[in-house]
Ligand binder design. Structure first.
Ligand code: NAP
Length: 532
């Protein structure tokens, strides 16, 4: 008989779930991990589209918990391509012998807390019925792919794929006319690659995004050596930073800098490329005038790169401050629109009305295509959690509790759901950070918490309602001091019709957030209710 009773059930075999499983084993706890995919890797298992690549530098987008691992692994490029990240996830799963506790091709459908037994009862789509004292979600923030409900989508005669649900077999674009709908990070990565492969690419853009050149390149061996010799310092910098990256942030103000100083700083960072660009000045995220100066600089770059002034203007964002939507980092994005075989269509002016058997029809014109790529994003942060039917004490569902907005204490637990931990949940820095830094911090905190329970004889921990209310007020106040709420972004759920408009991540930075979490733990898990 296979085991059905565990100390912990973990949901998801991405980087959060893999590390959580490893730590649970280290604590001597039994665990079962359920994963929908056929393999490990989470978002990097699903996002196999051409050009998929992480835009955090590879040496920073990796685990720090094992010195042997970080010394043994070699990254090939400045930013890791999807196949390399997947190889890394597979290597970690093998190196730490994690697969034996993972059930693949299995989706958790329901989880209900049994108060009398103080256990979570978990069901899957393959008929598993297991129970565990602790339920730990490692479902990722961007795993619930969203295709808008365009009328007629099912009638399309060609192939259509969402970037986040890309087939394992190669999709052949040779000689094809391709539609790409969406110009967020995924669209911005796939468009230049498809332009080189397909006969024609038509890009359907609703909102232009700011994108900064990534300047990807092979990893110079001497840099790889230097990183391996200095990992301790690099990791320390990342952990104490705002966004979990090692890039240097300039504490100076854009408003106080002279025109010449400002331009020099921005040119230097543009030439370096990547996420450090937005660290050019400390007031970009909080002052509209400072922000506009930086936004102007990027729009000028667009005009210099894109030959047709009409197309350049269409590509120039004007409806949100730079950085208030997830920044994008590209390879040849703007220059791709100089190609004669790439067409940009503004679907804000003329929205998509239907998908026909032969293509896309907007209110202004019809476009015949062979393949449609949906780069239309995700029901982010709360979507993957609410896709599971989770019931806490007294029969309250997570969906009901979060109907008006997600409510958590530290993004780690939510009152009324004892012994449920949400790795990188809403109310934590999650998507505003390098996910590896946030994942390791959450997993380490949860492991510390489980040790504390064992040492003190407590079996149940739950977020206190007052502490949770105070934390959510703080999350809102910190967001209110920034320009983030000004954009219609997925950070606020604005991309999903009917979703509550609430800024979901904690914008105080991963360094400050870590200090808060550590202090709360040091005070005996202040704000949590522990019981035997
Ligand atoms: P996204 O940023 O949400 O972009 C979705 C795009 O689809 C937007 O341009 C959106 O337009 C458009 N869209 C949605 N519904 C539409 C409709 N009905 N009609 C026309 N256009 C529509 O999604 P994503 O590009 O997949 O990126 C999501 C996140 O994943 C990123 O922000 C990032 O955090 C992560 N990601 C990271 C990487 C990386 O590390 N390199 C790569 C890919 C993704 P509107 O803006 O007008 O809504």
């Amino acid at each position: 008989m296979p085991a059905t009773s565990f100390d912990a059930v973990v949901i998801g075999a991405g980087f959060a779930g893999l590390y959580m499983l490893h730590r649970l084993r280290g604590l001597g706890l039994t665990a079962r991990l359920f994963e929908t995919g056929e393999g490990v890797g989470g978002t990097w298992y699903w996002n196999r589209y051409p050009g998929a690549r992480c835009d955090v530098e590879s040496v920073e987008y990796s685990y720090s918990f094992s010195e042997e691992l970080q010394q043994a692994w070699d990254w090939r490029e400045r930013y890791p391509a999807q196949p390399d990240i997947l190889r890394y996830a597979e290597h970690v799963a093998d190196r730490f012998d994690l697969r034996r506790d993972i059930r693949f091709r299995t989706r958790v459908t329901r989880a209900a807390h049994d108060g009398a037994a103080a256990r979570w009862r978990v069901e899957t789509d393959r008929g598993d019925r297991v129970s565990a004292r602790f339920l730990i979600t490692a479902v990722g923030c961007l795993s619930e792919a969203r295709v808008p409900g365009f009328p007629g989508a099912g009638s399309f005669a060609g192939e259509s794929h969402h970037t986040g649900r890309w087939p394992h077999e190669e999709v052949d674009f040779t000689g094809k006319r391709v539609a790409v709908i969406g110009t967020g990070s995924s669209g911005i990565q796939i468009i230049p690659v498809l332009a080189r492969r397909a006969a024609h690419v038509t890009v359907f853009q609703r909102t232009p995004n700011f994108t900064i050149p990534a300047w990807n390149r092979p990893m110079p061996p001497e840099h790889a050596r230097w990183v391996k010799d200095n990992y301790a310092d690099i990791r320390r910098t990342m952990r104490g930073s705002l966004f979990g990256i090692a890039a240097e942030f300039n504490p100076g103000s854009a408003l106080e800098a002279s025109e010449q100083e400002r331009r020099a700083e921005l040119e230097t960072r543009w030439a370096h490329g990547g996420p450090g660009f937005l660290g050019a000045f400390s007031d970009i995220a909080v002052d509209a005038r400072a922000n506009e100066m930086v936004a102007d600089f990027v729009r000028e770059k667009i005009r210099k790169t894109v030959e047709d002034p009409r197309v350049a203007e269409m590509l120039s964002p004007r409806d949100h401050p730079i950085g208030t939507k997830r920044p994008c980092f590209d390879t040849d994005y703007y220059a791709t629109f100089n190609r004669p075989d790439v067409t940009l269509v503004d679907v804000r002016e003329a929205p998509i009305e239907e998908i026909t058997p032969t293509g896309v029809r907007t209110s202004a014109a019809s476009y015949e295509v062979d393949t449609i790529v949906y780069a239309t994003g995700y029901d982010a942060i709360t979507g993957p959690l609410l896709a599971i039917d989770i019931t806490g004490t007294g029969g309250t569902t997570l969906r009901a509790k979060w109907a008006a907005s997600p409510h958590t204490y530290l993004g780690l637990m939510t009152a009324g759901f004892p012994n449920l931990f949400t790795i990188t949940g809403p109310g934590s820095p999650c998507v505003l950070s390098n996910m590896f830094v946030s994942i390791e911090q959450h997993v380490d905190w949860i492991a510390g918490c489980l040790s504390h329970l064992a040492e003190t004889g407590a079996t149940v921990i739950e977020a206190g309602r007052d502490a949770e209310d105070a934390w959510m007020r703080h999350v809102g106040e910190v967001a209110g001091q920034t320009l983030y709420p000004l954009a219609d972004s997925w950070y606020l759920g604005a991309n999903v019709p009917g979703k509550p408009r609430v800024f979901m991540p904690y914008a105080g930075g991963v360094g400050a957030y870590r200090d808060i979490c550590d202090e709360i733990a040091a005070k005996g898990y202040e704000g949590f209710v522990l019981s035997a």
